[in-house]
Design a protein around this ligand. Structure first.
Ligand code: FCB
Length: 450
């Protein structure tokens, strides 16, 4: 078996997010987040699930870091819960909340694991939602003030920072379709959210630089490839429109200092108000681009949909779709990375999320033989290796996820973890899956088997 080697120092990691794993939703002075509010409402989340306890990571943190060490992780990507740090979103700091992340960072460093922190992985403070949330332009200052509190406490020890996770999902699932918190369905609010998230990002990057830290700061985007189903010009335009909506609206302002013009024309009155200096703030240079890759899609024109496109999964030969209906398409990970290099002259890239949920049951001991996840990850690691061979500056790879967790509107029904969690067990018993041992070898060898 040939081993495909990765560059020295390649940052093998795993990722999680606060609301999905921490639990302790109202403990030690934590404030309410929009995900607490949303998941406590009926018929928002599958089976009425909520993140109240989740993996109870808040109470199992040292044990979880010990498992990461055993896995051999070089880096761990987690998020900070804004309302745990600032219960009202602004103003009074909650010392025990900040102390939790302080201990986490020390524990990681002690274990030789590099921390990468995300400031906004969706659990926005409810009191600020009551003031209008992201569509309120004041949100830019709220976020910057929050970033300052966190930087002051932790930036001396955290070398990698991401401002937002998947702003596209915050804007369109949260404010456009309303399927995620805060559950608002209004596309003009969604477009204001896009613009304010961008500005909040730019301001936080600026602040980080002004404070003089020598770490790296970037943003995490969910990106995909969109391929026209036919050569018909309507299908080509539809694929471009979807590309603009998911990728371009988020990449272009940061890396090209402008929104995609065709798309902004197309949405007309829904376009957000842009003030004179806005684009310069948004286009602050970033140190790295975080890419979450899950799928690729074929797109065709559809007169019946709001955005006049219809998408179906693009699936590589021999593969199928995941439980979420996402087509498995490792080859397009290479294509996406190539696209970022060629068309965006991208800064260094980290795959900040990639992984899959599988219906592979645990045995009576809690062990899961997840050969499907191993195959999925191996194929995607190889696709990433191909991109590196082509000259893409890819520096690390974070598997989603370290452990099974609360998968947003799908609750606990989907399991993405390398570690199985028994959600029936009051202790949330943790059991490494077969993929854990497999990934351990990949990290140890800094190579993946052909
Ligand atoms: C991404 C999210 C992450 C997780 C995965 C499956 O969109 O960033 O929190 O839910 O999907």
């Amino acid at each position: 078996m040939t081993q495909l080697h990765f560059p020295d120092g390649f940052l093998w990691g795993a990722a999680t997010a606060a609301y999905q794993i921490e639990g302790a939703w109202d403990e030690d002075g934590k404030g309410e987040s929009i995900w607490d509010r949303f998941s406590h409402q009926p018929f928002r989340i599958l089976n009425g699930d909520a993140g109240d306890i989740a993996c109870d990571h808040y109470h199992h943190m040292p044990e979880d870091v010990a498992m990461m060490k055993n896995l051999g992780l070089k880096a761990y990507r987690f998020s900070i819960s804004w309302p745990r740090v600032l219960p009202q979103g602004i103003g009074q700091v909650n010392p025990p909340g900040l102390a939790f992340y302080d201990r986490l960072v020390d524990e990681l460093l002690e274990a030789g694991i590099v921390p990468m922190a995300t400031l906004n992985h969706w659990d926005f403070p409810q009191p600020l939602q009551d003031l209008g949330g992201w569509p309120n332009r004041d949100s830019i200052n709220w976020f910057t003030a929050y970033a300052q509190v966190v930087f002051d406490k932790l930036a001396d020890r955290i070398p990698y920072w991401a401002t937002h996770n998947e702003p596209m999902v915050v804007a369109f699932s949260g404010y456009g379709f309303g399927s995620f918190a805060p559950g608002i369905a209004d596309f003009s609010e969604a477009m204001k959210t896009v613009h304010h998230l961008h500005l909040a990002h730019g301001n936080a990057v600026n602040l980080y630089r002004q404070l003089g830290y020598d770490g790296q700061i970037g943003i995490v985007l969910n990106l995909a490839t969109f391929i026209p189903e036919t050569d018909d010009s309507a299908d080509i335009a539809a694929a471009k429109r979807m590309e603009d909506l998911i990728n371009g609206l988020f990449l272009d302002p940061i890396l090209k200092r402008d929104y995609p013009a065709d798309f902004m024309d197309w949405i007309g009155v829904m376009a957000p108000p842009i003030q004179p200096d806005d684009m310069a703030v948004i286009a602050q240079p970033i140190d790295f681009l975080g890419v979450n890759y899950y799928f690729s899609q074929y797109v065709k024109y559809s007169p019946h949909s709001l955005f006049k496109f219809e998408a179906k999964p693009n699936i590589d030969p021999g593969w199928g779709a995941t439980e979420k209906g996402w087509g498995i398409c490792p080859s397009q990970l290479t294509a996406l990375l190539r696209h970022l290099k060629t068309n965006y002259d991208s800064p260094p890239i980290y795959i900040t999320e990639n992984g899959t949920s599988l219906d592979e049951p645990a045995d009576e001991t809690g062990f899961v033989s997840d050969q499907g996840r191993i195959n999925y990850l191996r194929a995607h690691f190889k696709a990433a290796h191909d991109a590196i061979q082509e000259g893409v500056d890819l520096r690390g790879y974070f598997v989603w996820s370290l452990m099974d967790n609360f998968e947003w509107a799908e609750g606990y029904s989907l399991r993405f973890g390398l570690i199985h969690i028994d959600f029936e067990n009051p202790q949330r018993k943790r059991t490494p899956k077969e993929s854990f041992a497999w990934y351990q070898k990949v990290i140890e060898n800094n190579a993946v088997g052909d």
